[in-house]
Design a protein around this ligand. Sequence first.
Ligand SMILES: [Cu+2]
Length: 287
Amino acid sequence: MARSRLPSLLRRAVAPALLALLVTAVPALAGPILPEADGGSQQAEDTRTLYFIVLVIAAIVFVGVEGLLIWCLVRYRARKGRVAAQIHGNTRLEIGWTVGAAVILVFLTIATFVMLPGIKDPAPSSIDVNGNRVVENAAFASTDQKTPPRGEAMNIAVDGLQYVWRYSYPAIDGKKVYSYTRMYVPVDMTVTLDIRSNDVQHSWWIPQLGGKMDALPGYTNKTWFKVTERGVWEGQCAELCGRNHANMYASVHALPYDEWKAWYDRRAGDIKAAEDAAAKGREEQEG
Ligand SMILES: [Cu+2]
């Protein structure tokens, strides 16, 4: 009797308990291993969602396969007087797991292709280059990286060099501004990044603002983000690039457009003053 009670007990109690555990535990346990995404950047949210879908399916398959294995080990364990059945294939079962795996693969492929454009292609900017709200009506152009709808975006060149990140901002009113380590961007602006390297391989990564992108000498890699709230997001070089790699920090500071513009003007003034002082120093040395 004990022998036949075991499977029914498994079916009635253990299987639902396992399922309940899976449904509640996976999201709770997954938190720390999912890609970070609380930066108000949709691209990072989408990456996280896609990762989560794959993780849940993988967890279900894992628990199912390992559960069945353990159940079989217990149910069909060696006993006195028992003779093992010799089984040569099971067509129904084999077709079943082949079709099952194919269905999972097709589902994952569709989910990925549905979500990928939202991750890869820059979203429309909510403000234009002058900080004004833009009306939503999209027009697309396609190149290596899609131009954001309406072309409204701020392009910042990100240069990795041992051991600092340098950012070159677009020119405004004839002024040209750069900064190191801290990148300043306007809230609601789609920011496209041209990521390059001046020396060895580096990697640009602000985890909460989306995926990591390598900075390689001789290449321009592209990524983007759009931050929808004021804040600071930290990251650092994600490719071992030399002795001071660990000190190669990066951060993105998102400010409302007016504050961002004030920073830009101040920075332009500082750069101009430093250049003038340097020119004056050179003149004095030469004279
Ligand atoms: Cu580096």
